[in-house]
Ligand binder design. Structure first.
Ligand code: SER
Length: 616
């Protein structure tokens, strides 16, 4: 079965069950949704409807949604993790519930005219009950009946998750079988469906369910979430007026299972990309199974295959992101994009690709997906342009940065920061390089160091380890620009000998230290505040120019040690009011800032004053 046939079958099946087919939403979540940087699941664009708003398509909808999840980025390269993937799903907005959802899942999976999978190879998990929420007896009962109709008398696993005799239903806890998209929102217990990809390995009797999943013998293909609660910001689970169903089935994994591949990368969705990488690198991907490679202990072959997979996955994700309007940046979504392109470029270099290659891979990705996702072809030029630009930019510094890195025998946070600032190495890449060399990376130390330097938003620095939130990144960017305004205002009101002694930005406020011999009086503070607000009201654009460092140092102020900068630096100019050498990022226009208000002025140390200010 091809990917396109699978997508069509899914939508047709749920259409036949009264669902309205809706198109995939953008990878960029709607403006009001600041819970994640990217659309991470089919339910993501549907949250308002899961919370009770009326959907124009009615109470049953179905879609194939493009998704990006960066949480698993380090696992990409094994047999099932991807940064970009497609999720088929069906939803009930307060309409049908557990019984129909489970019965239809089973029918679609095993029905001869649908996927025709063998019910004997199917294993399902259910929510075992935890945190005051009871075990899902209904789901268990419905599964038992559903299997029974197919002539299978199935049993339930105990706490030990051991598969024996007729065990087909495995109740698990919150960690595995309770689903929520982010920190808050609609959520509930779920039931997940797994398929045995290697029955030839013999009976599973006596084996633990979790071990079978870890060894990739059982692979999860579908998740039916029974949304009964809304988790609020203060951590409470409020019962939804009407419960919903949210299901998600991975196109790539299901395709692998249907075609007897034990690996998403062996499917038609990746093989043509690998052929292209082979052509570019003159290295073969290899066609052995995961197991054979691991058994043969051909470490270098395993690694080369992993490199192919990472390049394919990352450039595919980048292609879809750019088509949805994301551009490489040092903050938020743009940072994730930058980070995956740069990681792919580094891997390309590792397997010996000399020429620029990301565009070539994007071409294959577009040809593979354009029939279902027209936005790819429509945005072809911008996709090529952005990839070329980012690849070119990074290739200039990659070699030098790697040389610099190779001199290190251990890595401090300051060195990691220098690799970022001077050579554009995303922090995660430095961490990866360090790990390859067996060096320890202290993430907390990195975080402190990055905070000290201030010129990065938290998302772009250590916060990105945790997948930082868009709203945080955006607020920090605003405070960053406000900090430039504040310094310029201080120099105008207190004198040109005023300079920065320290700065600290959070999503809530800015804190700025500067040299001044005495406490500022209320009039001075008022003048500073007014001047900043006057500039904001003028709606001046913030302009960035890249230029040689020697030239920049002649005209601009420096936020921190110029030795930390590369030869080509960024200069941020706000009209003729402020001009600073700085890594960015900044807002595009001051009108985005709102009202500037000084909250506090106090001593920081001898001869150093500290201002805390907010944007309202
Ligand atoms: N939201 C659930 C998931 O992503 C089901 O779609 O697994």
């Amino acid at each position: 079965m091809t990917a396109q046939e699978l997508r069509e079958k899914y939508l047709d099946f749920f259409k036949s069950k009264g669902h309205t087919v809706i198109p995939s939403a953008s990878l960029v979540p709607r403006e009001t949704d600041t819970s994640t940087l990217f659309t991470t699941a089919g339910m993501h664009p549907l949250v308002p409807y899961l919370l009770g708003e009326e959907h124009p398509g009615g109470r049953r909808v179905t879609s194939v949604q493009k998704c990006v999840r960066t949480g698993d980025i380090d696992d990409v390269g094994d047999n099932r993790h991807l940064t970009f993937f497609e999720m088929m799903g069906n939803w009930s907005f307060g309409d049908y519930f557990k019984k129909e959802a489970i019965e239809w899942s089973f029918e679609f999976l095993t029905g001869k005219e649908w996927l025709g999978l063998d019910p004997n190879r199917l294993y399902v998990t259910t929510f075992k009950g935890e945190n005051g929420i009871p075990r899902d007896e209904t789901a268990i009962e419905v599964w038992k009946e559903t299997f029974a109709k197919a002539g299978m008398d199935v049993a339930i696993a105990g706490e030990n998750e051991i598969i024996k005799d007729k065990v087909r239903i495995i109740p698990l806890g919150t960690e595995d079988n309770f689903w929520i998209a982010g920190a808050t929102g609609p959520c509930g217990g779920d039931t997940e469906m797994f398929y045995d990809t290697r029955p030839e390995d013999g009976p599973m009797d006596g084996k633990k369910f979790g071990d079978l999943v870890d060894s990739f013998r059982l692979i999860e293909i579908w998740n039916d979430v029974f949304m009964e609660f809304n988790k609020t910001i203060d951590g409470k689970y409020e019962k939804l007026v009407k419960p919903n169903v949210d299901t998600g089935m991975g196109v790539e994994r299901t395709l692998a299972v249907l075609n007897g591949k034990e690996n998403v990368f062996e499917t038609e969705l990746f093989q043509p990309i690998f052929r292209k990488i082979e052509e570019l690198s003159k290295i073969e991907y290899g066609d052995k199974s995961d197991d054979e490679y691991v058994k043969a202990d051909q470490q270098c072959w395993v690694d080369t295959r992993k490199q192919f997979r990472i390049i394919a996955d990352h450039i595919k994700a980048a292609t879809f992101m750019i088509a949805d309007g994301v551009a490489p940046l040092n903050v938020g979504r743009g940072y994730v994009l930058r980070r995956i392109i740069r990681r792919a470029v580094r891997y390309g270099k590792l397997i010996g690709i000399e020429k620029n290659f990301t565009k070539e891979i994007a071409k294959v990705v577009i040809s593979l997906h354009k029939d279902f996702y027209a936005e790819l072809e429509n945005n072809e030029n911008i996709i090529f342009e952005e990839l070329e630009k980012e690849e070119g930019k990074f290739k200039n510094t990659l070699e030098k940065g790697l040389k610099e890195f190779s001199k290190l025998s251990s890595i401090t946070a300051a060195e990691a920061f220098n690799l970022y600032q001077s050579y554009g190495f995303p922090l995660e890449m430095t961490a990866e390089l360090a790990k390859e060399k067996g060096m320890e990376v202290d993430k907390e130390e990195f975080e402190t160091e990055f905070k000290k330097h201030q010129d990065l938003s938290r998302t772009a620095s250590a916060g990105a380890f945790k997948g930082g939130l868009q709203s945080t990144g955006e607020m920090e960017m605003k405070y960053h620009t406000a900090t430039h305004l504040l310094l310029a205002a201080l120099r105008e009101i207190l004198g040109p000998e005023t300079y920065q002694k320290g700065s600290n930005i959070t999503a809530e406020r800015l804190r700025f230290d500067f040299n001044y011999p005495e406490k500022l009086n209320p009039e001075q503070l008022e003048k500073i505040e007014d001047l900043v607000n006057q500039k904001i009201q003028e709606g001046i654009s913030v302009e960035m120019t890249e230029m040689p460092k020697s030239e920049a140092l002649k005209m601009a102020k420096v936020s921190f040690d110029p030795a930390k900068y590369g030869d080509i630096v960024k200069v941020y100019k706000i009209g003729d009011f402020s001009i600073e050498l700085c890594g960015g990022p900044h807002v595009q226009n001051l009108s985005e800032l709102g009202r500037f208000k000084i909250k506090k002025e106090e001593a920081s140390s001898a001869g150093v004053r500290r201002i805390k200010a907010v944007l309202e």
